[in-house]
Ligand binder design. Structure first.
Ligand SMILES: Cc1cc2nc3c(=O)[nH]c(=O)nc-3n(C[C@H](O)[C@H](O)[C@H](O)COP(=O)(O)OP(=O)(O)OC[C@H]3O[C@@H](n4cnc5c(N)ncnc54)[C@H](O)[C@@H]3O)c2cc1C
Length: 322
């Protein structure tokens, strides 16, 4: 089995410890071969790579000059996954890792968990047990991962002592990030300005789900919410398809929200989503299925097609602007 730790040099590798360091060690001890894929700014490797005792380091150069950095990084990671076929992909829990890991997992047909704090491999059962905080950080849960590839972000910590005298003596492979890398089928639909305090503090949240519509509808939604100053959120299918950013995910693997009003549209009301949505004071749910679970949890249920609701809301907004 192969695991890979994907890091971005600019963040300082040893600062990603202790979780990354501990998990890599744990997997190495369980017999995994562990490689490092590093997005480097220049042509030289950061000196602290020796810390991870990787068997192979793949140095991805040219990141600093790349336009659309994340999209190109994603395209590059897909190519590397095809070449090296790792079962486990580890990212540090930072903005880049949190953006890339679910998108990459989706593209390579895998699963993803974010903000993990530990992992252990059970070789007799061939199960990866992944630890992460749930329910607003009050409980630690262990998830059993049986299918691979699997991507995860690991919470960072205080760092561990770094000894500059240790040297990396494994295999070194260099890849240059092509500036004109073919871009994946990912389109940025726009974004709603986040209130200074963030999604957790927003008073009104509009959460879109799989049934909300396609790219066109989401783009229109973003434009409308930006005018209203309402915070956008999403369920996991929209995050995994790359249509909404990771930091808008509500639920057990995302954020808990505490608004006065939460509007859900095209959302079934699954338990993982509701665990982050249930603190809302009032929930208005739009769904075209009268038996949708969300209707049992909402204060107001709107049995309608999201497309009609979106059209009506746009019309109301236009009238208000006249
Ligand atoms: C370990 C684990 C962790 C997870 N963590 C999370 C998490 O943190 N957050 C999260 O969201 N999910 C999470 N999930 C996924 C979760 O189980 C559900 O799959 C997901 O929440 C479903 O999203 P959804 O409601 O958008 O899609 P669906 O369940 O597919 O529901 C779509 C809904 O839209 C309705 N609909 C369809 N078309 C229309 C229309 N035109 N108009 C109106 N309604 C329409 C349908 O009736 C349906 O009810 C997790 C899963 C696992 C296994």
């Amino acid at each position: 089995m192969k695991a890979v730790l994907v890091l971005f040099e600019e963040h300082g590798l040893h600062r990603k410890a202790p979780s990354c360091y501990r998990v890599v060690k744990e997997l190495q001890d369980a017999g995994f071969s562990c490689d490092l894929w590093i997005f480097c700014r220049g042509n030289t490797l950061p000196p602290d790579i020796a810390l991870f005792e990787a068997e192979r380091v793949v140095c991805l150069q040219g990141m600093a000059q790349a336009i659309n950095g994340h999209r190109q990084a994603l395209a590059m990671l897909e190519v590397l996954c095809e070449e090296y076929k790792p079962e486990i992909l580890l990212f540090a829990e930072d903005y880049t890792g949190t953006e890339l890991s679910p998108c990459l997992a989706y593209r390579i047909g895998g699963e993803c968990l974010v903000a993990c704090t530990g992992m252990r491999w059970d070789s007799s059962e061939q199960i990866l047990y992944v630890e992460k905080a749930v329910y607003g950080g009050n409980v630690f849960a262990e998830f059993a991962v049986r299918e691979f590839p699997f991507a995860a972000t690991l919470k960072t910590g205080e760092g561990i002592p770094y000894h500059p005298e240790s040297a990396f003596d494994g295999e070194m492979v260099e890849h240059r990030l092509p500036l004109a890398a073919p871009l994946p089928d990912l389109e940025v639909l726009g974004s709603t300005p986040a209130p200074a305090d963030g999604l957790e503090e927003a008073r009104v949240v509009f959460a879109a789900g799989r049934g909300f519509g396609g790219r066109g509808e989401l783009q229109r939604l973003h434009q409308m919410l930006a005018k209203l100053g309402v915070q956008a959120a999403a369920t996991r299918p929209l995050i995994q398809s790359g249509m909404m950013p990771m930091d808008s995910l509500v639920g057990i693997t995302g954020k808990s929200v505490f608004p006065d009003l939460l509007i859900t549209a095209g959302i079934s009301g699954s338990a993982p989503f509701m665990s982050g949505a249930r603190y809302a004071k009032k929930i208005i749910a739009v769904n075209n299925d009268p038996d949708a679970l969300i209707f049992t949890q909402a204060d107001v249920g709107v049995l309608a097609d999201c497309k009609d609701v979106l059209r009506e809301l746009e019309l109301l907004l236009k009238l208000r602007e006249l």
